[in-house]
Design a protein around this ligand. Structure first.
Ligand code: ADP
Length: 648
């Protein structure tokens, strides 16, 4: 609470008192100093005048009184003469007493006779005057013996003044002491002082009144502002409470299992959050066209039953359609609330708020109060903020559910994939084992067939017809092909299961070994094989050698009627080595680029190009065992480039 005016009055009073006291003090000090200076000037001038008139005549007497005792001095005719002279000279002036001292400080004359002879040699005033300076002071005397008579209650300026002969600079011959009556001057000074102080106090009082009015006004303004601030604070606190209540309303949303349960628990919190007497959340019943209540508090059963059967309740429907709230301070006179079912249930004021999720009105929050005017248009923003908050909570919840469902699906897929991978690995291993065993076991009978057929062919003792000889030739040829096929199959099945551990190997050497194995084919075809300087990589060296041999071998085999030109290069790419085996052969159509790496897939007949269709499948398996990739870049009749990457 402000008490500015009171503080101001108090401090002003103290200030005025201090100013008045100081003023009185300093004014008096200055005035007295002035008076003293004026009095002294007056006394000096008078002394000069008196001395000028007196000294020539009486100085012989006044300067040679050492032989006379005090009484002799008092009774000396010269003393009477001086007295008479001085009394005459100061008649009508305010000079009350005159004393004359010789240079030793003896009072050689005083208008008060009994003081004649007194020794003033130690008196400070006398000493100053003897040294050439006038010395004055103001005193007050209750009783004072003046020239004429004894007077009472007087203010006096007494001055010790040196008496000089021969003008202002002449030698000092004595000291005058003059008592100048300033009682009237002092009175008039006191009078002026009073007037000045009264004037100043009056002015200060006026100033005080003006300032007081200003301060009082400021005090009132501040008080009003303070009140407004307090009211704003109260409003803020109220809002804070509402916001806290709002968050409390939302808090159960986290723990609810379904959105319907979530809305049900929100209804519980709506009453304390909004101060409503009843709350209800209605969802649209898609099947029957009416409404489903997800939760309610405070509405009587009869109302709920009737409201459910009247889905066309205008207000709810309008809010669903428009997405804008309806706030009815007085249901009785509000044309937007047509059914008036609420009035029958005892509610006088209500609010219908759209609950939007992802920009679509999903439900209506219905709040009702038994107090008329409880819900006002001014609360619109706040109520909508609450509905908005609920919408966000539901949206988050839905998103969370979607993410959870997606995560579940992903986990299921992953699980299945893992199972399939294990299954695949197992069946691959079985297949490899089967292929290995089968091809190994097939070799023996095949060898027998071949060797017996060959010895039959060479044996001249048995008379074979030409047809039989031709058939025998076919058998031998087929057996050879089968042997080739079995060897290739064996090589293929060995890659995964019978590989060697990875070790650093110089690819230049591996390539050279492959080329040695292909020496015959290279010579026959006049092939020119060139290569870059190739790196050292960590690998199964036997397999990489096999890989290069297959690729270079194919590049020679699938030539284009001209001498093959083959170049092997290598580049660094990210964290792996990219090898390229480039030829000038028949090329491959892009649509077969994937197919050729599948086992037994051939693009040509045996008559065109011999082969088993296993070579590239072996290459792919070797590269994949090294965590790399293999592909072909080619156009028909434009040569092919087989690329493979090996990490390292
Ligand atoms: P094969 O050579 O025994 O038929 P591969 O698996 O080595 O089996 O090759 C599969 C197919 O890919 C071949 O039939 C051939 O059509 C094609 N092919 C392979 N290498 C080349 C190449 N350098 N140029 C053109 N075609 C090729």
């Amino acid at each position: 609470m402000f008490r500015l005016a009171r503080y101001f009055s108090l401090t002003s009073l103290v200030t005025i008192l201090i100013i008045t006291g100081l003023l009185a003090f300093f004014y008096r000090e200055l005035a007295i100093r002035d008076l003293l200076a004026t009095g002294e000037r007056h006394n000096v001038a008078l002394t000069r005048a008196l001395a000028n008139a007196l000294w020539p005549k009486f100085s012989p007497f006044l300067t040679s009184t050492e032989q006379l005792n005090d009484d002799a001095m008092r009774n000396h005719p010269k003393t009477a003469e001086i007295h008479k002279f001085l009394a005459q000279a100061v008649k009508g002036l305010s000079v009350l007493k005159i004393k004359i001292y010789d240079m030793k400080g003896r009072t050689v004359f005083s208008s008060e006779a009994k003081q004649i002879g007194e020794n003033k040699s130690k008196n400070a005033g006398f000493l100053a005057a003897r040294a050439g300076m006038a010395a004055s002071e103001i005193t007050h005397r209750d009783k004072f013996s003046a020239f004429e008579q004894v007077i009472e209650d007087r203010d006096l300026i007494s001055s010790y003044i040196p008496v000089r002969v021969d003008g202002a600079e002449g030698p000092i011959e004595g000291v005058f002491e003059l008592y100048y009556d300033v009682t009237e001057l002092m009175d008039s000074m006191a009078q002026t002082q009073r007037t000045v102080i009264a004037g100043v106090v009056g002015l200060l009082a006026l100033l005080y009144v003006i300032l007081y009015l200003i301060v009082r006004h400021a005090d009132r303004v501040m008080k009003r502002q303070n009140d407004e601030l307090a009211a704003a604070n109260r409003r803020l606190e109220g809002l804070l409470e509402e916001v806290s209540a709002l968050y409390a309303t939302m808090s159960p949303l986290d723990s609810a299992d379904t959105i319907t349960e979530m809305l049900g628990s929100v209804v519980e919190r709506l009453l304390p959050a909004t101060g409503a007497d009843a709350a209800l959340i209605r969802l649209r019943d898609m099947a029957n066209g009416g409404f489903i209540y997800t939760g309610q508090r405070g509405f009587p059963e009869s109302f709920l039953e009737e409201a459910k059967n009247k889905p066309a309740d205008s207000a709810v429907e309008t809010v669903f359609q428009s997405g804008e709230p309806i706030i009815a301070p007085d249901i009785a006179i509000d044309s937007r609330v047509k059914g008036k079912l609420q009035l029958d249930a005892g509610f006088l004021s209500c609010a219908f708020l759209p609950l939007k999720v992802r920009n679509e009105v999903r439900a209506i929050i219905h709040l009702a109060s038994t107090k008329k005017g409880y819900f006002q248009e001014s609360q619109r923003d706040r109520l909508m903020a609450m509905a908005h908050q609920m919408g966000i909570a539901i949206e988050n919840r839905e998103l969370f559910e979607e993410v959870r469902a997606a995560k579940d699906t992903l986990e299921n897929v992953n699980r299945k994939l893992d199972q399939q991978t294990v299954e695949l690995q197992r069946s691959n291993a079985e297949l490899e084992q089967f292929a290995y065993v089968a091809s190994h076991d097939l070799q023996e009978p095949l060898r027998i067939i071949t060797s017996y057929s060959q010895s039959l062919e060479k044996d001249n003792t048995c008379q074979l017809s030409d047809d039989a000889k031709e058939d025998l030739h076919f058998i031998i040829d087929a057996a050879k092909r089968m042997r080739r096929l079995i060897e290739d199959l064996l090589a293929y099945s060995r890659i995964g299961s019978r590989g060697n551990p990875f070790q650093p190997a110089d690819v230049n050497t591996l390539l050279q070994n492959s080329l040695n194995s292909l020496a015959l084919a290279i010579e026959d075809s006049n092939a020119v094989v060139t290569h870059d300087n190739l790196p050292t990589i960590t690998c199964d060296s036997g397999q990489i050698e096999q890989l290069l041999q297959n690729l270079v071998g194919n590049a020679i085999k699938y030539r284009n009627g001209q001498a093959p030109k083959i170049h092997i290069s290598c580049q660094r790419r990210d964290k792996s080595w990219l090898f390229r085996v480039q030829d000038n052969g028949i090329g491959i159509a892009p649509e077969f680029a994937e197919q050729i790496f599948v086992i037994f897939q051939r693009l040509h007949t045996r008559e065109e190009f011999p082969g088993t269709g296993i070579g590239l499948a072996v290459c792919k398996k070797i590269v994949e065992r090294h965590d790399g990739k293999i592909w072909v870049e080619s156009q028909p009749s434009n040569g092919s480039t087989f690329c493979f990457s090996i990490p390292g």
